[in-house]
Design a protein around this ligand. Structure first.
Ligand SMILES: [Zn+2]
Ligand SMILES: [Zn+2]
Length: 367
């Protein structure tokens, strides 16, 4: 066989390749052994890994979020103010001259939504969620908070941004610079719900204005005539002059684009948030409890046992309690109109399915 034949070269190459592969796998195994000998933990899993990776983010939220709180509140305030003002500036002249009956219907619905949005926004902003330190003696204690050096009642959790133990803590909302807990949970939910309904309202009445503005050839209506914005319309009204100023084509297009973007974004993001909180209320749990309950459920499943959330009285009863149907003769008034209606208990003691007459019914459903 010649010294440099193809077969000899390929054989030599395969030997070298095999040696490299062996070396590579040996190194990988060594690295794996090195990593495991330093970091292996029988309790580690994907959640633990995610927690570790996200730890710097949690640190930043815990230590710096409180300093950005006012800025976040101002951003929300500005967006809400712009969203509402632009709806007025563009919508009022259009519908006032398009159809008086529709205008008055929209005016009534719009103001009902607006009052509820503003009321629930400020109530969730300024109502304290309830602090565990407010009561010197706590009868029911589930754990001890090392940071507050105080006992924690059921459903109470420590907020690292507020640095306090919050009663029935749901989450810390950076957009409100406040914790959402026992006393303001209802206001927060209603604020999200009414704002989301507001976006539907703006889309329902705004879409015709957009069609008239950009696609007038497809509009089912006659071209609109708004005398307020004609040159020979004489008025001393500052309101009409102000509306005219921002209804000039140059401004109107910009305002409408801004309004459309904000409306669609709020509709999607608030819709997702509202859906999540609706599921939580339906299941009788908070954001934090959902995470804890999921872990408990998984743990119980390992032993072929069923875990039952002690505060889940069934979806109908959970909603009855949240909306106040269990303690007021006219709860709809408190839902549809601005109201100071508070929760039933003080947040330090809680009814569970074990001490409720619904217990038998719930157990029956589980079986
Ligand atoms: Zn605490
Ligand atoms: Zn907080």
């Amino acid at each position: 066989m010649p010294k440099y034949s193809i077969r000899r070269l390929s054989h030599k190459w395969s030997l070298i390749r095999n040696r490299w592969q062996r070396q590579f796998f040996d190194r990988c195994q060594l690295c794996s052994l090195f990593f495991k000998s330093h970091f292996y933990n029988i309790h580690s899993n994907a959640y633990y890994l995610a927690d570790t990776i996200l730890d710097p983010l949690f640190y930043a939220i815990d230590h710096y979020l409180k300093y950005c709180g006012t800025l976040f509140v101002l951003v929300v305030f500005f967006l809400l103010f712009a969203f509402i003002s632009f709806a007025y500036i563009i919508g009022v002249p259009y519908w006032y001259h398009r159809s008086q009956p529709i205008f008055w219907i929209a005016f009534t619905i719009g103001h009902w939504l607006l009052i509820n949005v503003i009321w629930n926004y400020f109530k969730s902003l300024y109502t304290l969620p309830g602090w565990a330190i407010d009561k010197p003696i706590i009868i029911e204690v589930t754990s001890f908070c090392k940071k507050c050096s105080a006992a924690k009642p059921p459903r109470c959790h420590h907020c690292s941004v507020c640095n306090k133990c919050i009663l029935k803590m749901d989450h810390h909302c950076p957009w409100l610079n406040n914790c959402i807990g026992h006393y303001n949970h209802r206001y927060f939910y209603f604020f999200c719900a009414y704002t989301w309904l507001g976006t539907i309202f703006v889309m329902a009445f705004g879409v015709w204005i957009a069609v008239d503005h950009w696609f007038s050839q497809f509009s089912p209506f006659e071209p609109i005539y708004i005398p307020w914005f004609e040159k020979d319309y004489i008025t001393d009204s500052l309101v009409i002059r102000f509306l005219w100023l921002f209804n000039r084509p140059k401004w109107k297009t910009k305002l409408m684009v801004f309004e459309a973007i904000i409306t669609v974004l709020l509709f999607i993001l608030l819709g997702l948030l509202l859906r999540y909180h609706t599921i939580l209320i339906t299941n009788g749990e908070t954001c934090i409890e959902r995470y804890i309950n999921r872990k408990c459920r998984r743990h119980f499943q390992q032993y072929n046992r069923h875990y039952q959330n002690p505060y889940d009285f069934g979806w109908r009863e959970n909603w009855r309690r949240f909306l106040g149907f269990d303690r007021h003769r006219h709860p709809w008034l408190h839902i549809l109109l601005p109201s100071n209606f508070g929760p039933k208990r003080d947040g330090f003691t809680w009814e569970t399915i074990d001490d409720n007459h619904l217990n038998d019914e719930i157990c029956y459903k589980i079986i």
